[in-house]
Structure formats: C-alpha cells, structure tokens
Design a protein around this ligand. Sequence first.
Ligand SMILES: Nc1ncnc2c1ncn2[C@@H]1O[C@H](COP(=O)(O)OP(=O)(O)OP(=O)(O)O)[C@@H](O)[C@H]1O
Ligand SMILES: [Mg+2]
Length: 237
Amino acid sequence: MTQTFFVTGTDTGVGKTAVTCALVRSLTAAGYRARAIKPIETGCAVSADGELLPADALAHRAASGLAELPLERFIRYRLREPLAPAVAAERAGVDLDISTCLELIRTAQTETDILLVEGAGGLLVPFTGTARNGYQTVADVIETLGVPVLVVARARLGTLNHVLLTWEELRRRNLVCAGVILNDVDAEAGLEREDNARVLRTFGVPVLAELPYTAHLESHLADVVRCITGSPRRERS
Ligand SMILES: Nc1ncnc2c1ncn2[C@@H]1O[C@H](COP(=O)(O)OP(=O)(O)OP(=O)(O)O)[C@@H](O)[C@H]1O
Ligand SMILES: [Mg+2]
C-alpha cells in the first residue's frame, strides 16, 4: 500500500524541497518507488517562450527519476507571483480547484510506494479559496487527505517558537506528525542550534533529524528513511 506524507514547513525557504528531493533519492536507493509532487507552485519563473517554470516540481520530477513523465503529473497549478497560492491565484484571476489537486495526489498514490506531497510555505498558508468565499489553508488540505505530516524547520534562533506553533496546530487538528526535521539553510553556525532538538523533545516533539548545511543531504537521512518506511531495506523488484 502506498504511504503518503505531506511535507510542510515552519516557513517558506526552510528546505522543504531540498529535504524532500534528498528523501526521495534516499528512499529510491533503499529500494522503494518514491515520488514527490507539489500541487500548487507560486513564484514560477517565466521562460523565453512565456512558459511558467516551477522549480520545485521540476526538482521533484528529477529526484523521482521520472524525466519521461509530463510535468503535469507533478504539479497542477503554476503561478508567477511569489505569494501564498490562494493570494497569487486571486491576483492572477485563476480559480484553484482543490479537487483537481486531490486527483493529482490520488493518481500519484497509485503509481508509487511512497509519495511526498510538498505544500507551500507553512501550515496555515491560504492554499485555495478566495477572500470572498473563505480560504482553505494547507492544514485544511492535509485534514482532507488524512495523511501524516513531516515538518521541515529552519535550524536558527526562533526555531523553537516556530516548531512549537506548528506542533500545537497539528495537535489541535488531530493531525499526525510523523516527525520534525531541523535543517541548516545557511553556513553560519549559531549557538542556538546546539539545543534545539533536545528542548523540542521535552515538549514531546518527534525530532527525526538535524541536517547540516550541505549539498549532500542524502547521507544524513537514514533515521528519517527508517521512520517513513518502518522497515529494513529491501531489494527492489
Ligand atoms: N541543508 C541545506 N544545506 C544547504 N542548502 C540548503 C539546505 N537546505 C536547503 N538549502 C537551500 O536553501 C534554499 C531554500 O530551500 P528550499 O527551496 O528547499 O526551501 P522550501 O522550503 O522548499 O521553499 P519554498 O517555500 O519556496 O518551497 C535552496 O537554495 C536550497 O538549496
Ligand atoms: Mg519548496
């Protein structure tokens, strides 16, 4: 049966895509069919011929080793302005249909062992809907999907507050937190990083990994892979 995890963050730019792609590569190396998708991406660059280029979804497709599949199997909506999805869509006059995002996810679930769905920004980002009719947040979408959540957090000063706010909201909604990954997104080491994991664990937060600033995250993800698969490595059939 396919295992699906929703990858959210404590903020934008905390390393959701970098960690997700490294995780897909690690899971593939461990013998699983793993795929990552991103139903809605904002902040897309515009190519010379006017096409919107979704960097995250392109990275997901590459990490999944599925270059032969059309990009539409990894993303449903591309938006230009680097804003929350629902806001970027309102400004672009685009109607985001959550059911087509769910359809993208459901189809991907039938084609892989482990599916990672990257959200946008953090848990309470307006994902679909409009100001007039009400927004659905990323957390609302996760509730609809009913899948466990992986939280990526920037390992900096402020991390304790950001992770605990996210953790509290997940608990309030009875969402399952599969784990929190603390990720160094910049090279400058700070004193606060030494204690983040220890302190978070006293609140019951399941910190799965503390990732260093590196271009090779795969070699630091063994505990996360174990948590996700819950089983020893196996031969790929
Ligand atoms: N552990 C790391 N070591 C080095 N660079 C990293 C690390 N994690 C992330 N980065 C870099 O930090 C930047 C932001 O990461 P990333 O794009 O994965 O964030 P994100 O949370 O997916 O952002 P968004 O909310 O826009 O989707 C990228 O340039 C990425 O390569
Ligand atoms: Mg991303």
